[in-house]
Write a protein that binds this ligand. Structure first.
Ligand code: HEM
Length: 476
């Protein structure tokens, strides 16, 4: 009786819910639909589908309240069932698709500890990434004769190489090995992404037994997964990497052996996830950043000025420089806000019924963390649809401190118990790539048309990135 008194969050009427769901399935632009609905219904709304509910959380305030505050956090951090998690990730044995329990906390702690960049010192990380950036720089230098260079493609190879070194602590031996690694990672990522978004397989898992698209996709995902496992976790590589205890795989294998709690499937799930999460998101972030500076040459010029004044041209940028590069940091933060690379995050699920701000969210309800609206709402941001790094600077041109109210609205990596474990890895690579490339090159639009500057107009995907990025690269 009491429950009936507390209403569900507001939302559109039943027929409109059906139309909305159909559009989400067809176009995958959940973030844009959700922003329209937020304007009508506010920070929490509900899309009702027969007996189930899909609740949208549309501001950092409400996401923080539900995932961080003690009253809620133990019951709002599970994940929904997905075909991908169940059939490809060995029954959700990676990090992102596990439910919130003691084992997840242990796995997160282990991954955090292993991913911790500065465990071996900033210098080791600088050297690893800078070595790869130098290879990319050489490629860019050779591109000067071409009228238009596909920067997306060059970044892709470079970032896959970084992930490979991060995992194994070894550089690819030669171009043949590098091509094989790139092909394997890309093949896995493409099919992984498609499968993650496949409505057909997520709603009707039995189609994997029938001839047709669903079965083909399922088989391709299994093949991609096994090829990746063979690349990184075959028995001789495991032996070698565990032996030197370096790189993510070496460290996690030693940790797992020590803790004696992880099975082969856990390691495979986690390593596969490091490849997809570690590569795709950062590729999206960097290609988005360089697209934006092609549209805003003034911003490119100001970053270069800051590099010239603080780092100069005689040495490579280092993570130690971050503290003095206020404008560059502001531009990176603004890029993360403006694009919202993972616009609707990974859904959370309630374990028990909860009441929040006079609304009831039943147990087992999927909650969509709508980062897009959190970053584009005019309630929290002045001119939200304008790319404006200055918004993160104070009157003296210094970066606003992280506890500043405006900075607390920016949550591209999520917050609370399920926040991104790769945040510092992603931010560090962004800083080094941006500063190292702008130190040596000017980027300008090429002859071909560019994708639109506003990610609102890009092809929607679970990780947003421009489809291509043709530009002219000139040595400074
Ligand atoms: C610009 C780059 C990146 C962005 C914008 C990003 C964003 C996110 C977001 C929004 C979430 C979901 C948070 C939630 O559910 O509340 C997440 C989770 C996660 N991210 Fe990232 N991420 C990035 C890079 C990375 C990297 C480089 C790695 C690994 C090397 C990584 C690994 C993960 C993992 C394992 C999770 C799941 C955490 C959990 O469920 O407990 N991410 N990320």
């Amino acid at each position: 009786k009491d429950q009936q008194k507390t209403p569900l969050p507001p939302g559109p009427p039943f027929l409109e819910c059906l139309q909305i769901t159909w559009r989400m399935l067809r176009k995958n632009d959940t973030h844009l639909i959700a922003e329209d609905l937020r304007k009508r219904y506010g920070e929490i709304f509900n899309i009702r589908l027969f007996s189930s509910n899909l609740v949208f959380l549309n501001s950092s305030r409400i996401m923080r309240k539900l995932s961080v505050s003690g009253q809620y956090r133990n019951v709002t951090n599970d994940r929904p069932w997905t075909f991908y998690g169940h059939f490809i990730c060995y029954g959700c044995r990676n990090v992102s698709l596990r439910n919130y329990n003691e084992m997840l906390m242990k796995v997160r702690k282990m991954v955090h500890g292993t991913i911790k960049l500065y465990g071996d010192g900033i210098k080791v990380f600088d050297d690893m990434v800078n070595g790869e950036i130098q290879i990319l720089q050489k490629e860019l230098e050779n591109s000067k004769l071409k009228a238009s260079f596909d920067l997306c493609k060059a970044l892709k190879v470079s970032l896959i190489r970084v992930i490979h070194i991060f995992l194994t602590n070894e550089r690819p031996k030669d171009s043949e090995e590098c091509n094989y690694i790139c092909d394997t990672v890309e093949e896995f990522d493409d099919v992984d992404n498609e499968m993650f978004n496949s409505v057909l397989l997520n709603t009707c898992p039995w189609v994997r037994f029938l001839p047709g698209r669903g079965r083909r996709l399922y088989k391709a995902a299994l093949e991609g997964r096994d090829k990746l496992n063979n690349l990184y976790l075959n028995s001789s590589i495991k032996e070698r990497l565990k032996g030197h205890g370096k790189g993510f795989i070496g460290k996690i294998l030693s940790e797992a052996e020590y803790a004696n709690e992880m099975e082969d499937e856990d390691i495979k799930g986690i390593v596969g996830e490091m490849v997809t999460a570690g590569y795709l998101t950062t590729k999206g972030a960097l290609s988005g950043f360089f697209l934006l500076i092609l549209y805003y040459p003034e911003i490119q010029r100001r970053i270069q000025e800051e590099i010239d004044d603080n780092i100069g041209s005689d040495r490579e940028p280092s993570l130690d420089d971050r503290g003095i590069m206020h404008y560059t940091n502001a531009a990176i933060l603004e890029c993360l806000r403006f694009i919202s690379h993972v616009p609707v995050g990974i859904p959370h699920v309630t374990r028990e019924e909860i009441e929040v701000e006079g609304m009831r969210i039943p147990a087992k309800t999927a909650m969509v963390t709508n980062y897009w609206s959190a970053h584009r709402s005019d309630k929290y941001w002045d001119k939200p649809d304008v790319f404006l790094p200055e918004r993160f600077l104070d009157d003296d041109g210094k970066l606003l401190p992280s506890e500043h109210i405006l900075r607390s609205q920016l949550i591209p990596f999520g917050i609370g118990k399920r926040n991104c474990v790769g945040e510092s890895f992603a931010k560090s690579r962004m800083f080094l790539y941006v500063t190292s490339l702008l130190q040596r090159f000017n980027f300008s639009p090429g002859e071909n048309k560019l994708p639109p500057s506003d990610s609102k107009l890009w092809m929607p995907n679970s990780t947003m990135m421009p489809a291509f990025l043709n530009c002219v690269v000139a040595k400074r």
